[in-house]
Design a protein around this ligand. Structure first.
Ligand SMILES: [Zn+2]
Ligand SMILES: [Zn+2]
Length: 450
């Protein structure tokens, strides 16, 4: 999940309270015979890697690395994948690792993705492997912590890599693993992560037929797997509004142009876009102004005002429409007050993650087959995720894997990005089973359909 560094906390990932609106999916039909034949081996190998996955997660947790700095993590991943016989490409989008394993039988190409980066957060969790790491971020020395569970994502996918490699000869298809840097965005709106991996050929030869991903979520308990068809995470766009007025004495506003009054009207004008100008029955949208800066003294009307904020939507058309209306609203309101305004959107915005409806329907039974887990249909969240860009290139399914210990109220758990974000390590085994089950079942179904 990604939120802008300057808006780090309060991080209200709508992942919290997820189970509140959850529904049970329809009962699952029997798995295809080709998949069932692999289940005993899959169960045995998944169990066999459990301890290793926890050890990897602890190691990565103790050594977290920020976006595009994931050198140690990437080296650990690459060495492991090479030892398993994967064909490994390193340095994709700076530190990304792309690895391919061709199964012994013909079949589709299944891509699996894990993000590797940590956050500029000072850890407050009391565990023996708590992070003491520091690094440079946007020119400043910061504390670093895996506060979004990406340490778990990496460890899970390393485990999945091992399980799938162990059944290579029987595997009806090709596995493509993508260990991605910089999901949490980069300083100065630099474009990295999924988009850059795609630009550097991560989805070329072989081109994936589908892509699966997961996120550990504090809003669900361990064993719960949440998903839905259609949008599951929001688009995430940071914007800046620059208002230009003309400085004057506070006692004589008529002799200048007041950018604070214009800016205030713009903030209010923005609120009418979501409420009055888009079809609220289609998808919701959120537009929040987080900073408003102007002036230096109580009795001076300044030249300029500047606001920043975030826009969240679930539909590309709606996203574009709101962006356009924000520009027009700001410019025309400013004009009416004798000033001018400009809305700038950062180029590193994320698209909404859309789970392919057909693929979600097709794979829903697989999620129900995961031993000891309970899959449920959950409401979409307002967090951002650049898995969205992979899901634009191939039908995608992104699921939430609960990581709050059973028995605790997940709706009250510290959310992802909190310095107190706590991961129940039993959730890692669920993650391994989730991605393995999806891969094996999809390959078997696609091969049976041919
Ligand atoms: Zn995340
Ligand atoms: Zn995150």
């Amino acid at each position: 999940m990604s939120l802008r560094p300057n808006a780090l906390l309060p991080v209200v990932l709508a992942m919290c309270a997820m189970s509140a609106g959850a529904q049970s999916p329809a009962p699952a039909p029997a798995a295809p015979a080709a998949a069932q034949a692999l289940y005993p081996l899959m169960a045995e190998r998944s169990k066999a890697v459990e301890k290793k996955v926890i050890a990897w997660r602890r190691d990565i947790h103790e050594h977290p690395e920020l976006g595009n700095q994931e050198k140690r993590t990437a080296a650990l991943v690459a060495a492991h994948l090479k030892s398993l016989g994967y064909e490994v490409r390193e340095g994709v989008a700076v530190t990304g690792v792309v690895a391919t394993l061709k199964g012994g039988k013909p079949g589709p190409v299944v891509a699996l993705r894990a993000d590797m980066d940590a956050l500029p957060v000072k850890e407050q969790v009391d565990v023996p492997f708590a992070s003491k790491a520091r690094a440079t971020w946007a020119g400043k020395e910061v504390d670093v912590m895996h506060a979004c569970g990406h340490d778990g994502h990496v460890a899970i996918l390393m485990g999945v890599a091992e399980v799938l490699a162990s059944m290579k000869d029987q595997l009806p298809g090709t596995v493509k693993l993508m260990f991605q840097p910089a999901e949490e965005k980069l300083p100065n709106s630099e474009i990295g992560g999924a988009r850059r991996m795609l630009a550097e050929g991560a989805f070329d030869s072989p081109k994936p037929d589908v892509v699966f991903g997961l996120h550990l979520a504090s809003g669900l308990n361990t064993g719960e797997i949440g998903y839905k068809a259609g949008p599951i995470t929001a688009s995430s766009d940071a914007f800046k509004v620059s208002v230009k007025g003309r400085q004057t004495h506070g006692s004589m506003p008529w002799s200048g142009v007041d950018p604070i009054v214009i800016g205030s009207q713009i903030v209010m004008g923005f609120q009418t876009i979501a409420s009055r100008q888009v079809n609220v029955t289609k998808e919701p949208s959120v537009l929040s102004v987080g900073t408003f800066q102007a002036g230096t003294r109580y009795n001076i009307i300044p030249d300029n005002a500047e606001m920043t904020g975030t826009l969240r939507t679930y539909d590309e058309g709606m996203r574009e429409f709101i962006m356009k209306r924000m520009g027009e609203t700001a410019e025309h309101i400013a004009q009416s007050g004798g000033g001018s305004a400009h809305v700038h959107f950062e180029a590193d915005g994320y698209a909404p993650t859309i789970n392919d409806a057909k693929l979600t329907d097709q794979m829903s039974p697989s999620l129900q087959r995961i031993p000891g887990a309970k899959s449920m249909i959950i409401p979409k969240g307002t967090g951002g995720e650049d898995f969205s860009f992979f899901a634009q290139k191939a039908p995608g399914l992104f699921v939430m894997v609960g990581s709050t210990p059973p028995g605790q109220d997940a709706s009250k758990a510290e959310p992802n990005h909190s310095p107190r974000f706590f991961m129940d390590e039993a959730s890692l085994a669920v993650g391994v089973r989730t991605l393995t089950q999806l891969s094996v079942d999809y390959m078997a179904m696609a091969s049976a359909a041919k």
